[in-house]
Design a protein around this ligand. Structure first.
Ligand code: SF4
Length: 575
């Protein structure tokens, strides 16, 4: 069965199933969402208007037995950044979409009436259904209600109240195999889904098998690939402590943004560290080593219970814990976990919203360290859409503008994540030049800057940072097209068998003969497609820089500033 494009027009409430154009056939995941958005979305359109499109695509290897290949890419023009956007997450949707023969879902137009809908995809059809019961409800209620309402166990993509209110930080949540939520968090894609008045999408689990051109070669390549992932020490650390293993490491480096990016170390780091979290999880009968989709061999996720040993949150990530913890000076892991659960329920990006809280603290809305105040604002203001709730729900830049602040850590209006670019300069290059606003996952230089993976590049000097970020951004664009989780990068950079095995997987899946050079060329062309969209949308080299305070305020303890000139930054695009 050949893969198809499932198209939904919300303006006239029609659907169609189309052949895949030849020029899209070699793409998947991010490569496909960005190719379609660049081809079909007018770059200057309003992201919440009728001319934006929401594109959902499994990776090239999703739905197969390839380890860690179940990520789903979602793309559109971002209401937060105004740039092209791709955000990927785990959950069961990518695998079921691939098995249903769906290359991508394209959702276009806006409904004429004030009516809400859901979409239901099967291998043969995609249908639009009116929805009333779940409107105004949080994501957990959506999952519980649909578990009762639907007989099979479909994959579910859903938006919470933040998406319904079209907040620029709204995410799209995806159900994982155990009924937890994973999030396509960044860039406000939940607001785009909300603008189209789609509350949730279900994907039927009765698809067939993904066709493999050479199944013996595929199995052998997967054996080598999975072994490389399992054997890498960072994979093992992620399985034991989760991504939160990074709190103590980044604090030690002096690059843990603290108190709205005024310090590089947090006195309360031990209380919120991965090691502490690991012990608390075990004491409360939670779970370390949990996977966000079937087939993950690293298992960086976990289940975090409350003091009564009942589930409080899952997939409790370093970036969320840093943002609500060090950046807001909250050193109470239970309060941070509660905030994480509420944000998952409302359907709002934990990085953007927590950095917005830090900026609000600087603006005097609440005190630094006031975890109870954060919980109150999330429950009483953001989820109910009060004036303050909407200011915070529209992101860190929105709070900065509302309160007249200048220390607002955003690039292209997207909040800077958990690594201060003054003390870890390579990641500053990624934040500034990424086609999608500040995003560590676009070119994760923490590998060579801090972790000694793929070599060593001194985080405090300028030498080698642009090349490092460029190489990683190109590689990431290609990896994001396969459906692979980003955490394959550690083994890929250190184990010489890993990347060739990934290329072998692609070749065995499709019966083609890609080389490593082809994969690099794919990554380069995706970045150029994305940048081309942004240039047409009005972005220039002047947008590829950090906020002023990073160039003028030295960051303790190293007392360093970000010191790349705009001319040096512009050389990033010399390829
Ligand atoms: S390593 Fe973590 S993010 Fe990656 S697939 Fe596994 S659980 Fe998901």
């Amino acid at each position: 069965m050949a893969d198809k494009i499932f198209r939904v027009n919300m303006s006239d409430l029609t659907t169609s199933i189309e052949d895949v154009p030849e020029s899209w056939a070699g793409h998947g995941g991010r490569g496909l969402t960005s190719t379609i958005v660049a081809a079909e979305v007018e770059p200057t359109c309003h992201p919440l208007g009728p001319n934006n499109k929401l594109v959902i695509a499994p990776g090239l290897l999703s739905g197969t037995i390839a380890a860690n290949s179940g990520r789903l890419s979602i793309g559109a023009k971002s209401p937060l950044t105004g740039t092209i956007k791709e955000s990927n997450a785990g959950g069961t949707a990518a695998q079921l979409l691939a098995r249903a023969g769906c290359k991508a879902i394209i959702i276009e137009g806006l409904p004429k009436e004030n009516t809400w809908y859901s979409l239901a995809l099967t291998p043969e059809s995609i249908t639009i259904n009116e929805e009333t019961e779940l409107i105004g409800k949080g994501n957990f209620t959506v999952l519980e209600t649909l578990a009762d309402r639907l007989e099979d166990k479909p994959a579910i993509l859903t938006i919470g109240q933040a998406g319904e209110m079209k907040m620029c930080s709204a995410n799209i949540s995806i159900k994982d195999p155990d009924g937890n939520l994973r999030s396509s968090g960044r860039g406000g894609l939940g607001a785009v889904m909300g603008s189209k008045k789609i509350k949730f999408i279900t994907i039927d689990p009765k698809g067939g098998k993904v066709e493999i051109a050479d199944s013996e070669k595929f199995k052998e390549a997967n054996r080598v690939f999975a072994k490389a992932l399992i054997d890498h020490p960072i994979s093992q650390g992620l399985g034991q402590y989760g991504t939160n293993v990074l709190v103590n490491i980044i604090n030690e480096s002096g690059g843990l943004p603290t108190r709205n990016f005024t310090q590089g170390q947090f006195d309360g780091h031990e209380a919120i560290s991965g090691e502490t979290m690991h012990d608390v999880i075990l004491e409360r009968d939670g779970k370390v080593k949990h996977n966000c989709h079937a087939g993950c061999v690293i298992q960086c996720s976990q289940i975090y219970n409350d003091t009564k040993k009942e589930k409080l949150t899952a997939g409790f990530e370093y970036e969320s814990i840093w943002a609500m913890g060090a950046d807001c000076c909250v050193d109470n892991l239970d309060q941070i976990a509660e905030a994480d659960r509420i944000m998952d329920d409302i359907g709002i990006d934990t990085i953007e919203t927590s950095v917005a809280m830090g900026v609000a603290m600087e603006g005097g809305v609440l005190e630094f360290g006031d975890g109870a105040g954060v919980l109150r604002i999330l429950q009483e203001e953001v989820s109910k859409g009060t004036g303050l709730g909407r200011i915070i729900g529209n992101g860190a830049g929105s709070v900065g503008r509302a309160y007249g602040l200048t220390r607002v850590p955003v690039v292209k209006n997207q909040a800077i994540p958990a690594y201060d670019p003054r003390a870890i300069k390579g990641i500053g290059i990624t934040y500034a030049t990424s086609t999608q606003g500040a995003d560590h996952t676009m070119g994760y230089t923490i590998t060579a800057n801090i972790l000694g993976v793929g070599g060593n590049v001194d985080p405090l000097t300028k030498e080698g940072q642009i090349q490092l970020s460029r190489d990683l951004q190109i590689a990431t664009a290609a990896i994001d097209s396969t459906g692979m989780c980003l955490f394959i990068a550690f083994a890929a950079l250190d184990n010489e068998e890993c990347l060739p095995a990934l290329v072998d997987l692609l070749n065995a899946r499709f019966g083609i003969g890609l080389t490593m050079d082809d994969v690099i060329a794919l990554g380069q062309s995706i970045l150029k497609t994305e940048r081309g969209f942004n240039i047409k949308a009005g972005f220039t080299a002047a947008d590829d820089r950090l906020p002023d305070f990073f160039y003028s305020e030295p960051l303790p303890p190293h007392n360093v500033v970000f010191d790349f000139t705009d001319e040096e930054m512009a050389t990033f695009w010399d390829f």
